[in-house]
Design a protein around this ligand. Structure first.
Ligand code: AMP
Length: 509
């Protein structure tokens, strides 16, 4: 076999498929799509892409709701040698103008309702526009229905691009992370092994598919294993608990687990058919981990990854899954902790910058060679921007984004350390610690917390509880109680929003 052809993710996913009738995707409204259907539909769609002028290496920008047709579009783009570029469905036309101008796709696929607004934006980069609605209908599927399902997968080399995913960009412009065929294939294959996926698995898929978690971790892992997935448009706790009776795996962000815990139907009994619960994309509170074990008898398996690197670490399948830790580097991935300024490697248990290297690490930021260079060490390690440590047993712990570090009176304050203390207090659900401009200290340590319904814990009680447990420089200067913390769609707490909200609290009057 031609080794170049083999490196196309599509070939690696489907070459050697033994049973085309095997179920790949089941939809919430009763649709059943087999592996054979998926391949044939990807062939039809790839023929349409080529007919619309999409050439190998061209970007196909996609702002479409989650649907099987959207997965087919992803597979078809990869199969045609193009670069799939999913965009968060919440982005407005103003935001799309930036992404499309930056990526210069040759084709833009959008919801029929957005086609008119997008046309002038696409025209600026001479991109064609096709439509695809949440029901899987649109000009693209109309054309695909009439096209042949035969398509010769375009040969690609390991380092050729398969996808570009823009980072969520909470500071500055969002950057396009370039992911190669081998980045995606190698990481998914490693996860299949690590998490013991087999063709008997049934995954409950309730994540969005414009993000690495739902698109690559959930979808590619399922397809590589010849397992099947039940596609849900969004998180629906009642339905998920019902589906657990015949599913085996759930992948979610931490919000999934806190929302499911609020549902009285969740129990050992309702979760007994399941074999694995995976959490990632944001920190899972140690408390949530413990509550989940008590309620269901399953220890959530927490893993750590990012758009630029796919998955880096995972708690073990067999060994201890430590609450609050993200586990060990995946096979083939190296993780080290360094002094941020010098890049010097730090010993175990010391806090510093997490850096990773391996076949999972992306090919750089689209058209940003300077940014790419700034975030890669000369020996190839990627500077993740996450602060953390590796403990004596080798488990990696994340202590927050580097940019969330608080520097008060010249001392480094790691938010996670204070958050863990506050979270452990009775009556507290969760907390976020931020640095806010302060005339004397540079930044004032500030805590924002959510309390349990009916709890009376307040600023004075928190400060009293922390007194003597934390060094004086780490003590919050103010504590605020709120109804909920601001989060993005992947469940990440938006500390930038909190910093903005509280930016004037220490201003001299
Ligand atoms: P994204 O590129 O949107 O997937 O975001 C990646 C970032 O999410 C990482 O750099 C971490 O800051 C955070 N993250 C992902 N998984 C975890 C986890 N298990 N615990 C804590 N933070 C996480």
């Amino acid at each position: 076999m031609n080794p170049a052809a083999n490196a196309n993710l599509f070939s690696r996913l489907f070459d050697g498929l033994d049973d085309p009738k095997r179920l790949a995707i089941e939809t919430h409204d009763g649709g059943h799509i087999s592996y054979g259907d998926l391949i044939a539909r990807a062939g039809q769609m790839a023929n349409v892409l080529v007919a619309r002028g999409v050439k190998p290496g061209d970007r196909v920008a996609v702002q479409v709701e989650k649907s099987v047709a959207n997965i087919v579009l992803y597979l078809a783009s990869v199969r045609a040698g193009a670069v799939y570029l999913p965009l968060n469905t919440a982005y407005t036309l103003n935001e799309l103008d930036y992404f499309i101008g930056d990526a210069e796709p040759s084709l833009v696929v959008c919801d029929p309702a957005k086609a008119e607004g997008l046309a002038p934006i696409a025209a600026k980069v001479s991109a064609k526009v096709e439509t695809l609605g949440p029901d899987g209908k649109g000009s693209l599927t109309d054309a695909a229905d009439k096209a042949s399902g035969e398509f010769t997968t375009v040969p690609r080399a390991n380092d050729d691009l398969a996808a570009i995913l823009y980072t969520s960009g909470t500071t500055g412009r969002s950057k396009g992370a370039m992911l190669s065929h081998d980045n995606l294939a190698s990481n998914s294959l490693s996860l299949v092994d690590y998490w013991r996926f087999t063709d008997k698995d049934v995954l409950i898929h309730a994540l969005p598919i414009y993000h690495t978690h739902g698109l690559f971790v959930a979808t590619n892992v399922t397809l590589f294993a010849r397992a099947s997935m039940i596609f849900l448009p969004k998180l629906d706790p009642d339905l998920i608990i019902k589906l657990m009776a015949r599913a085996t795996v759930l992948m979610g962000v931490p919000t999934f687990y806190t929302r499911l815990l609020q549902n009285p139907a969740l129990s050992h009994e309702t979760a007994k058919h399941m074999r694995l619960f995976v959490s990632g994309s944001a920190p899972l509170l140690a408390e949530t981990h413990r509550e989940w074990s008590a309620r269901t008898g399953h220890a959530v398996l927490e893993r750590y990854g990012m758009t630029e690197t796919n998955m880096n670490t995972s708690n073990p399948y067999d060994g201890e899954r430590v609450p609050g830790a993200v586990g060990f580097p995946l096979p083939g991935v190296s993780v080290r902790v360094t002094e941020p300024e010098t890049g010097k490697e730090l010993p175990r248990d010391e806090i510093g910058m997490i850096e990773v290297k391996g076949p999972n690490v992306f090919r750089g930021y689209w058209r940003m060679p300077e940014k790419t260079k700034a975030e890669l060490r000369p020996d190839g390690f990627f500077i993740t921007g996450d602060l953390g440590k590796i403990d004596a047993k080798g488990y990696v712990h994340i202590l927050g984004r580097g940019k969330d570090l608080v520097i008060s009176g010249g001392f480094n304050v790691y938010p996670k350390e204070i958050e863990s203390e506050i979270d452990a207090m009775p009556g507290v659900i969760e907390s976020a610690v931020i640095g806010v401009p302060h005339a004397d200290f540079g930044e004032g340590v500030t805590a924002v917390l959510v309390r349990q319904p009916g709890a009376s814990i307040d600023e004075a009680a928190v400060l009293k509880g922390l007194d003597g447990r934390l060094a004086k420089f780490k003590m919050p200067k103010r504590v605020f109680v709120v109804d909920e913390l601001p989060r993005n769609t992947m469940g990440k707490v938006q500390k930038n929003v909190l910093r903005e909200t509280y930016k004037d609290i220490y201003a001299k009057k």
